[in-house]
Design a protein. Structure first.
Length: 227
C-alpha cells in the first residue's frame, strides 16, 4: 500500500520530455525505470512527507523499482537530524544505489556537525567493494574536508584507491580537481609525481582546467603535466 501511494504521487508529477532527456545522462539505468520527475518537485514531495509514517514505511522498502523512488529515499535520508540514524540509513541504502546521480545528490546537513564521526564512516566506505559506497565516501571527503578540516592524509587515501570502475575514477578526478582549487600546494605533488593512474590523472587535469577557481597560470602548468 505504501509503495503504491508513493508511486502514484510520483507518476502524477511525471514529465515525459524530462524523462527522455534525463535518461540519456544515466546509462546505468534503464529508461523504463525512469518516471521523469524534476528534482525540485521531488524535493518538495520529500519535504511534505518527511517524518511521517508514510515516509518511515517507504524507507523500509528496499530495493526500489524506479529511479525517482531511490532519489526520494535519498532526499528523506538527507533530512534526518540524528547522525547515527542518518549514517545507519545510508549504510542500508547505498548498496542499492545504481547510478551516479542518486549517489551525488545526497548531502545530509547533519554531517557538518559531526566531522570526526563522519570521517570514520568515510574510511570504511573507501574500503567497500560497492561502487557507489566508495564514490559517496570520496564525495564526502570533497564536500567537508577540503577547507578548515583538511589534512594531507585525505588526498593520500583517495589516491590509493585503485579501481576499474568508471564512476569511482571520475569521482577521484573530481576530488583532486576540487582539491587543486582549494589546497593547490598540498595536492599538486600528486600530479607532479604521477601518484594517480594515468586515466584519473588526465581527467583531473581536464576538470581543473575547466574550473574558474584555478588561475590561468596554474592551468598553463597543469597542461604540461598531462600524460
Amino acid at each position: 500500500m505504501t509503495e503504491k501511494i508513493i508511486r502514484d504521487r510520483l507518476f502524477e508529477m511525471q514529465d515525459a520530455e524530462y524523462r527522455d532527456f534525463h535518461s540519456r545522462l544515466m546509462p546505468t539505468v534503464k529508461k523504463e525505470l525512469i518516471i521523469g520527475v524534476r528534482t525540485p518537485d521531488l524535493r518538495k514531495f520529500a519535504n511534505e512527507i518527511s517524518g511521517s509514517p508514510l515516509a518511515d514505511e517507504f524507507m523500509k522498502i528496499l530495493p526500489h523499482k524506479y529511479y525517482e523512488e531511490n532519489n526520494l529515499h535519498a532526499f528523506l535520508i538527507e533530512k534526518i537530524n540524528d547522525f547515527n540514524l542518518c549514517a545507519a540509513e545510508l549504510d542500508r541504502f547505498l548498496p542499492f544505489v545504481d547510478n551516479w546521480a542518486t549517489c551525488d545528490m545526497m548531502r545530509p546537513k547533519v554531517f557538518k556537525k559531526h566531522l570526526p564521526e563522519l570521517l570514520e564512516k568515510i574510511k570504511t566506505g573507501i574500503e567497500s567493494e560497492n561502487t557507489y559506497t566508495v564514490r559517496f565516501a570520496i564525495e564526502m571527503l570533497m564536500c567537508y574536508y577540503l577547507d578548515e578540516a583538511f589534512d594531507i592524509s585525505y588526498p593520500a587515501a583517495v589516491a590509493q584507491i585503485r579501481s576499474d570502475e568508471y564512476y569511482i575514477k571520475m569521482m577521484q578526478a573530481w576530488y583532486f580537481a576540487t582539491a587543486l582549487a582549494k589546497q593547490y600546494d598540498s595536492v599538486i605533488p600528486y600530479l607532479e609525481q604521477n601518484r594517480l593512474d594515468a586515466d584519473t590523472h588526465n581527467k583531473t587535469i581536464r576538470k581543473a582546467i575547466e574550473s574558474y577557481r584555478i588561475t590561468e597560470e596554474q592551468k598553463k602548468y597543469l597542461r604540461r603535466l598531462k600524460r
